[in-house]
Design a protein around this ligand. Structure first.
Ligand code: NAD
Length: 467
């Protein structure tokens, strides 16, 4: 079936069919749900090479990065769900408050039903199949709309889903914004969207028409604070990896650095060493490195080279890099200082291998800078316990990492997600399961026993004494 050209009536038909499956899946057992996850895990293991090839064709994603950031996070989500699903699904007891004397109560986790998953291009396999694992663990069906910017990976995802599920269970609709919008007009039971804040608002507005719940995994400018007490060589190695993996096209990549002025020179020098060590160990030129992905398409290449040009034209200092090759969609890992607030690079999410480095005099100044911008998806702080504690206490972000960056994505037991402009709701592990579940509070009363007897009309002195 060519899902690219499916008319809207067909989307509706698939949706109606999935609704029926969702009704049946409401009663699915832990074992049945695990079977669905195992099928995906087995398929991934048998097709690992094909997944890597698709990612390479889409944006020359290095093989190891594909394993590390696309395949491993999904297989480990599956393994984690396999181990824990039974306890996640088990109703949890709620303790009894005094006025509820004589009752018992629990929270029951029921699947929300038929879900829609809309995914971005930057980790196209991980960010499409990861949420699917959570949806299936929770007992939901899913219609998936992968990104149109990674045609090879998205087609492979469609093939995988077609081989493993019937369209009434899980299906993929390929295409761009128009397909998304057609799907968004349907009354889904949950929408899991990963993408930009701009499109997140469109998704939330469409969901509001049906009062559909949403998880919005969005982006923004994630700050990295390097304090006076930081171990600079250690920080530089970790920041360079977190920033330049996937050529900076990572929602939780450090967007910019705020470093204590007294350590700035040292940090620039150590970042330069770290970049060379990673991408040019033999001094043959970074563009020859097989370990640096390319920019996804010419639109994003134009956007990023525009940021760089504007910054340099308006007085920013090029500390390292700056090389671009348009025909190859190559942008060199680049360090900039002396950027100013009115430049696009300071205003927009960079989402590419350009890293502005700003100096600060007092930690409070750095904190104020972060706080005058929308709340970020992630915040990184390098430094002593006291300084990092102060930053954590005085700032708000979806996640935060001390003395490292991006690592939290792999931690199953931490909720992953944003706040405000960077997102709504959480994902991964049990948090992903909960996103697709209705936590139904159930209260059981005994027959013949009534807690409100004393509060029933006619109200008199008795009731007044009680409340
Ligand atoms: P995007 O918002 O442009 O697109 C995401 C999805 O929405 C795609 O499938 C696209 O086809 C669809 N879409 C585009 N226009 C639409 C419209 N008008 N109506 C309905 N759907 C539409 O994002 P992107 O460029 O694919 O990804 C980059 C963004 O995603 C960055 O902001 C990044 O920070 C964010 N991101 C967030 C996370 C996270 O986990 N929080 C992960 C990866 C990326």
């Amino acid at each position: 079936m060519d899902t690219d050209t499916l008319p809207q009536t067909d989307f509706r038909q698939i949706f109606q069919a999935q609704r029926q499956t969702a009704e049946a899946w409401r009663r699915s057992t832990t074992e049945e749900r695990i079977d669905r996850l195992v099928k995906i895990g087995d398929w991934i293991r048998s097709n690992q090479k094909t997944i890597r090839e698709a990612l390479w064709q889409d944006f020359k994603k290095p093989e190891v990065e594909s394993d590390l950031s696309e395949i491993f996070p999904v297989t480990s989500e599956i393994n984690h769900a396999k181990k824990n699903l039974k306890s996640w699904m088990k109703p949890s007891k709620a303790s009894m408050p005094m006025p509820m004397f004589g009752t018992s109560s629990h929270i029951q986790y029921e699947p929300k039903g038929c879900s829609l998953i809309i995914a971005p291009w930057n980790y196209p396999f991980n960010l499409t199949i990861g949420p699917l694992v959570s949806a299936l663990a929770a007992g939901c069906t899913a219609i998936i709309k992968p990104s149109e910017l990674t045609p090879n990976t998205s087609a492979l995802i469609a093939k995988m889903v077609e081989e493993l599920f019937t369209p009434e269970e899980v299906t993929v609709c390929l295409g761009g914004a128009e397909v998304s919008q057609a799907l968004l007009s349907l009354p889904f039971d949950h929408i899991f969207f990963t993408g930009s804040p701009k499109i997140g608002k469109i998704v939330m507005a469409a969901a509001a028409k049906h009062l559909t719940s949403v998880t919005l995994e969005l982006g923004g400018k994630s700050p990295t604070i390097v304090t006076q007490s930081a171990d600079i060589p250690d920080a530089a190695k970790k920041i360079a990896f977190g920033k330049f993996v996937n050529a900076g096209q990572t929602c939780i990549a450090p967007d910019y650095i705020l470093v204590h002025e007294s350590r700035k020179k040292e940090l620039v020098a150590e970042l330069t060493i770290a970049i060379r060590d990673m991408y040019d160990p033999k001094h043959q030129g970074i563009e020859k490195s097989p370990d640096l992905a390319r920019i996804i398409d010419s639109r994003h290449f134009g956007r990023l080279s525009g940021y760089l040009r504007e910054a340099l034209d308006q007085g920013a200092k090029l500390e390292f890099g700056g090389g671009i090759v348009e025909g190859d969609l190559y942008i060199e890992p680049t360090l900039l200082s002396q950027t100013s607030e009115d430049m696009a690079i300071s205003q927009e999410e960079i989402f590419g291998p350009l890293l502005p480095i700003l100096g600060y005099q007092t930690l409070q100044e750095a904190i104020d800078y972060v706080n005058q911008k929308p709340k970020p998806l992630a915040l990184y702080v390098f430094g002593s316990g006291t300084e990092s504690a102060e930053v954590l206490e005085k700032t708000s972000s979806g996640n935060a990492v001390v003395n490292d960056c991006v690592l939290h994505f792999m931690h199953h037991n931490l909720p992953f997600g944003g706040i405000g402009n960077s997102g709504l709701g959480k994902s991964h592990g049990e948090f992903g399961f909960l996103a697709f579940s209705n936590e139904k509070g159930v209260l059981k009363q005994r027959v013949g026993f009534n807690n409100v007897t004393l509060l029933r009309p006619p109200y008199g002195v008795k009731a007044k004494k009680i409340i």
